[in-house]
Design a protein around this ligand. Structure first.
Ligand code: PXP
Length: 236
């Protein structure tokens, strides 16, 4: 299972003072040196963490794979086409949310999303859809032509007890199987950490996990290099 690291939180810390430090681009380089197989960033409409300069430099510097999380809006689609990340992950976005709060409603917006997927693919950008582990949503991803799905693991991560967590895990496993049956790549992410990642080692249908908050938080104490390597050790 591959690990991609979301570096938005490094930019969030920088924005707390509005200066230059810490630089998410430098963080991305350290993550790659430590063995991360991809770098993820989310260019939000309000630029609250990653900004246009970061994305430009990330595109120049990232040598593994750049995964741009993005809302399917005209402005960000245009920027994606200028930037050419290897992967674009379409996510819902609401200004007032602290972080992405749930999967995209692909089923309810098939026509618009099909156009966005086609446009990005025309420029050789693979497209993934961040969706809840729900059959109808995953089937809709296939219908709109997505290359991959990213299963939203937020509910699993926020489960209040083991029983609830197990229930959400079953849903994730079923969703991952369905994604593969439909011929799509399967990623997973949101709220994954050094403990709740363990069961994922046995889900062979998940190709890749995207982890941000827990990894950057750990890096505050042990450094980014060790934080990435520890997660890689857990995944292998
Ligand atoms: N995947 C998607 C689509 C996300 O929006 C996020 C959060 O930015 C993540 C993965 C990573 O989540 P976390 O920061 O909780 O690890």
């Amino acid at each position: 299972m591959r690990l991609t690291v979301n570096i938005d939180h490094v930019a969030t810390l920088r924005e707390a003072r509005g200066g230059m430090e810490p630089d998410p681009v430098a963080a991305a380089m350290q993550c790659e040196l430590a063995g991360a197989e991809g770098i993820v960033c989310h260019l939000r409409e309000d630029r609250r963490h990653i900004n246009d300069r970061d994305l430009r430099l990330l595109r120049e510097c990232v040598q593994t794979k750049l995964d741009l999380e993005m809302a399917p809006t005209d402005e960000i689609v245009r920027i994606a086409i200028e930037t050419l990340p290897e992967l674009a992950t379409l996510v819902p976005e609401r200004r007032e949310e602290l972080t992405t709060e749930g999967g995209l409603d692909v089923r309810g917006h098939k026509r618009t999303l099909r156009d966005v997927v086609t446009e990005l693919q025309k420029h050789d950008i693979e497209v993934s859809m961040f969706v809840d582990p729900v059959r109808e949503q995953i089937e809709a991803c296939k219908e709109v032509g997505a290359d991959k799905i990213e299963i939203h693991t937020g509910e699993y991560a926020n489960a209040r007890n083991e029983r609830e967590q197990f229930g959400f895990l079953e849903e994730i496993i079923a969703a991952a199987r369905l994604g593969k049956e439909l011929g799509m790549g399967v990623n997973a992410g949101h709220g994954l950490n050094y403990r709740n990642i363990i069961p994922f080692r046995d889900i062979e249908e998940v190709d890749e996990v995207s982890i941000g908050h827990a990894l950057i938080s750990r890096a505050v104490f042990v450094g980014l290099d060790r934080a990435v390597k520890e997660m890689l050790d857990l995944l292998r």
